[in-house]
Design a protein around this ligand. Structure first.
Ligand SMILES: [Ca+2]
Length: 88
């Protein structure tokens, strides 16, 4: 498996995440918009306000496109999984 930012995820997890990504990419344009991201975070139980959402976008939208692509989504999800684990 190639070394990437998401190398701590197993191929099975990445496949699951691809399915999640597709689910949240409601208009199937290959990216998750601000609105789609907000809905995603709510679904996984992370309640963020507008500022929190903005902070996440600023941090993870590494190419500054204003949306989250799958690679950026993996970095974000790795953090969410980590937070979930450490909060248990
Ligand atoms: Ca989209």
């Amino acid at each position: 498996m190639p070394q990437t930012a998401s190398s701590n995820l197993t191929p099975a997890q990445i496949q699951d995440l691809q399915e999640s990504f597709n689910t949240f990419d409601r208009n199937n344009d290959g990216t998750i918009s601000r609105r789609e991201l907000h809905s995603l975070l709510h679904t996984v139980g992370h309640k963020v306000n507008a500022q929190g959402l903005e902070n996440l976008l600023t941090k993870y939208d590494t190419d500054k496109s204003g949306t989250i692509d799958f690679k950026e989504f993996l970095s974000l999800t790795a953090l969410l999984i980590k937070n979930k684990v450490s909060s248990n």
